[in-house]
Structures are given as C-alpha cells and as structure tokens.
Design a protein around this ligand. Structure first.
Ligand code: NCD
Length: 316
C-alpha cells in the first residue's frame, strides 16, 4: 500500500509486506531511541489531533507520545461525547471535515463499529483508527506483532498463538488475527461459546490456510501456546449486565496456571486488565504486557512517519 497520506482504518488494508515495513521501521526507531539519538526533528511542524469518544489511557497517550517525541505537536479532546459539537448533533462526516482542516493527522476512537470510516470520509487528512467499538484496533494489532517479533526473534514461523477471553467483542484479537493470517502461525482460541471468535474471522483464517483450534479449556490449551494473548471481558459491549456477570472472571491467569505454560511462552495483554491476570504474574519474565506499552510508541512513531511521508528521513 502507499502509506503516504493514507488512512489507517482497518487491518484488512495491510499486506505482509506492509506489516514488515512498519515493524522494521519501528525496530530502527526503537534502537535509535534506546541509544539516545535525537528524533525530534522528524515531524517538526506537524500537528496531530486526537479525538476520543470512548475512554482511553494508553492508546491516546501512546499516539501523543509518538508525535511529541518526533517533534510534532498535539491537540487533544479526550471526551468528544460531551465536549464537542457531537452533542449538537454534528455528523461524524462534518466533524472530520473540521478536524482535518486543523490537523495533519487525526487519531480517533469511538464506541461504534465503522464510525472512524464515516469521519475519514469527510476529510483528505489521514485518519488513524484507535478502536471502533468491537470491530478493530489496527495499531494495537501491529504493536502486538512487533512485541512477538522482538521477543521471539523471528517472524512468527510455526508459532501457536493463543487468544483467551472475550474474542467476540474484543477488537484487539480481531485485528491480531487479520494481521497474523499473513504468516505461518497456528491459532488456539479459548473462549466460552457465548464469547467465541466471530465465524467470519475463523473462516477467513481457514481460507488463508491457517489451522484454528477452538476450546473452552484454558487449563489444557495453555501448555501448547507460544503466545498467550489475554483479553478483558468487554463489559461496555453487553446490553444485559447479567450476561456480563456470567462471563466475568471466566479465565484467570495465575501462577498455578503459568506453571503449565512453556518456559519460553510470552504473555500479552492490551490492558487495562480487570481480573484476568493476577498481579503475581507481573514478576514472571514471560509477562510482556508492560513492554507492549513501550512498543506501542515506536510502532506508532513508524506509522506516523510513513503516513506523513517522512520515513525516508530515518537514515540512521
Ligand atoms: C484495548 C481497547 O481499548 O480495545 N485497550 C487498549 O487499547 N490498550 C483493550 C480493552 O479495552 O480491553
């Protein structure tokens, strides 16, 4: 794909080559940052708008950190639902036209699937999807792949990727699948039937030639996983709160369960966690969920440079 000026709305846009381009640029930036090289000339003079219609800690700050560390500027509305013309019934299309006039790149999160596309239709300014309801979270998917690569040292060949928890409403596992299908991996999905991975995603993986195992038994499945990607039961997506309570706490990764996992397995979680990983796991060297937060910044730096046509200036 031609990154320059592109919207990042869906993981479906990425070929294997595109994914590798982002990950390799992220690795260069990661190294340069660790070595203390100066990066703050790369996006000097560029302005990012972050507009969030749904709560966020990491994703908004991560995009903003990436922009600021590259020397750009940021304007932020973290509560668009109550503090924007959305309250006066402005359409997403018109909001896109407005924000796109002010900024060079727009980062948006919203509780409805495909809402970010509606906003992007109103502007030629690149728009990044920071999560559209239960649908997708492309930049989180990319940073998860980067974390796996960084820890495993190879591009996923033969890995058994376990995804555990709310695979129905979790936009993160959806995006992870859509990116990982381009590589030679196996998938093990652990979810109660009511929170199973959407059928169209399972079918798409099978069409891509990937093996998919679905089970409700985490205790048994964990032993064969190379990546244990945990997810929160997405409380805010349930219309019936009793239905949520039925699933709350359904899978909890604790040290007894970790004993059954491979020595070299890694544990991912996009965070925030509720109760699905106990605090004692934080000390286990296989826990990578806090490292993911750092990786998110370099992956978003890479994406911003590509979208804003400045990636060729990374010549260190
Ligand atoms: C995730 C999200 O918002 O989809 N968090 C994140 O972006 N780091 C996961 C979640 O909220 O459970």
């Amino acid at each position: 794909m031609d990154f320059k000026g592109a919207d990042i709305l869906s993981t479906g846009q990425f070929s294997q080559e595109d994914i590798l381009r982002v990950l390799k640029l992220a690795a260069k930036l990661d190294k340069a940052w660790a070595e203390g090289k100066s990066l703050d000339h790369l996006l000097h003079g560029k302005l990012m708008a972050t507009i969030f219609f749904e709560p966020s800690t990491r994703t908004r700050f991560s995009h903003e950190t990436a922009m600021l560390r590259l020397g750009g500027s940021v304007m932020s509305n973290p509560d668009m639902l109550s503090l924007s013309s959305y309250k006066k019934q402005e359409t997403l299309h018109d909001t896109g036209k407005m924000v796109g006039t002010f900024a060079d790149v727009v980062v948006m999160r919203h509780p409805e699937a495909h809402s970010v596309e509606k906003l992007a239709a109103g502007t030629n300014t690149p728009v990044i999807n920071a999560g559209d309801g239960p649908n997708e979270h492309p930049t989180q998917g990319l940073l998860d792949l980067y974390t796996i690569w960084k820890n495993k040292g190879h591009l996923f060949d033969g890995l058994n990727i376990g995804m555990v928890g709310d695979l129905k409403y979790g936009r993160v596992p959806h995006s992870q699948c859509d990116l990982l299908k381009h590589f030679d991996v196996r998938f093990t999905f652990v979810a109660p039937q009511g929170l199973a991975m959407p059928r169209e995603i399972v079918e798409e993986l099978k069409r891509a030639g990937r093996e998919v195992i679905e089970t409700e038994n985490f205790d048994e499945a964990i032993a064969d996983m190379d990546v244990i990607s945990m997810t929160r039961v997405q409380e805010e997506r349930f219309i019936d709160k009793n239905e949520y309570l039925k699933y709350k706490g359904v899978y909890i990764l604790d040290s007894a369960l970790m004993e059954k996992a491979k020595k070299e397995a890694i544990v991912l979680h996009p965070l925030p966690r509720v109760d699905e990983i106990t605090a004692e796991i934080d000390l286990d060297p296989r826990a990578k969920y806090f490292e993911q937060v750092h990786n998110g910044v370099v992956v978003r730096m890479a994406l911003l440079l590509l979208i804003l046509g400045k990636d060729s200036e990374v010549n260190f």
